[in-house]
Design a protein. Sequence first.
Length: 151
Amino acid sequence: MNADLQSLVAANDAEVDHTSPAAIVRRQAVLALRAQGLLRGPGEQFAAATVLIYSEDLAEVEAAQALALAAMGKDKSARRLAATAYDRLRRLRGEPQKFGTQLVVRGDVLELWPIDPATTDSERAKWDVPPLAEIQRRLAEVANGPPGPRA
C-alpha cells in the first residue's frame, strides 16, 4: 500500500473525533492522492474510502462511495462500505437511509436515522449488511448494555 495512504489510514483509525482539523486534513490528503491517480487497486481504494466515509461533506462521501464501489470488483468486503456510504449520503441529504448503517444522537439518545421501509433484509444481505432486527438489537445493546442480570 502507498506509504502516505497507510499513514493516513493509521491516523484515521486512531482518531475518535472525525470532525477534528486533523481529520479534515487527512481527508484532503486522501482526495489529493486520488486526484493524482495514486490509489492503485482495490486495497488502496478501500483504504481511502475508510478515511473519507466519516465526512459530513457530500463530495467527500460521494468519493468514498465511488472508491468502495470500484473496490467491490475484487474485494467483496467493500460492499458494506459502499452501502454505508450510500446511507450516509442519504442522511446528509435529509433522506431516509436504505440499509440501516447510520446512527444519530438526538438529545442523549443514540438511534437509527430513519430507514426506507421498502428495503428488505434480502437486499441488505447482498451488501453484507445484517438484517434490520439484528441492527436494532445491536443498537439496543449499545444504548442499554448487553442483556443479562443487572446489579
